[in-house]
Design a protein around this ligand. Structure first.
Ligand code: SF4
Length: 186
């Protein structure tokens, strides 16, 4: 069976992304490298949720720590807005491509394509550039239609579900959005 290294952002997105790639005849191993997830207790919660899912799904999970959150801050170099996300996606997908090449796995993908909140154009750009740099293939599939099902699946399996993308700015943005919804006149 053809091998795939599947970068996994969290357990919930993996519940639908993993079967989608398996249905394509690929044998996937999960990779957790997400130094964007802050603070460290949240990073630990999302990793624990993915470990639980990997066990239930019976697939291998490789955890790459790298330099931890310091990797993300170094990659940001003061970026903001869309550039912040581009730098964040580059960091994670270049590392995935490099690890795939080092392990002799010819292709990689990411569970980030399940989320309707992610910039899919930036994911594709980062994935394709990373693939070219490391001589592997990036597989993109728009899995946004399965986002609702990932919620149902994670509830069914009792997996932790996060409420913000990952970095501290995204936590504040989610909080501000929630507050503005609560303040909206009825
Ligand atoms: S919002 Fe999400 S994708 Fe963008 S920088 Fe923060 S963690 Fe990364």
């Amino acid at each position: 069976m053809d091998q795939l290294l599947l970068h996994a952002c969290c357990g919930p997105c993996s519940t639908v992304a993993l079967p989608a790639w398996q249905a394509e005849g690929l044998a996937a191993t999960l990779l957790f490298y997400n130094p964007n997830i802050q603070p460290s207790c949240e990073h630990g919660r999302r990793l624990a949720s993915l470990e639980e899912f990997a066990l239930l799904a019976g697939v291998g999970l490789h955890v790459h720590e790298g330099g931890g959150a310091a990797d993300w801050f170094a990659a940001q170099n003061g970026a903001a807005g869309q550039e912040r996300c581009a730098a964040c996606l580059n960091l994670r997908l270049y590392a995935t491509a490099r690890l795939a090449a080092a392990r002799g796995v010819p292709r990689f993908a990411t569970t980030l394509t399940v989320s309707p909140y992610q910039r899919h154009d930036l994911i594709r750009l980062a994935g394709e550039a990373a693939a070219a740099a490391h001589g592997v293939e990036f597989l993109y599939a728009d899995l946004r239609a399965q986002f609702a099902r990932s919620g149902q699946e994670s509830r069914r399996l009792g997996l932790y579900r996060q409420r913000y993308c990952g970095c501290v700015p995204s936590k504040w943005e989610a909080w501000a959005m929630q507050r503005s919804r609560l303040r909206r006149p009825v």
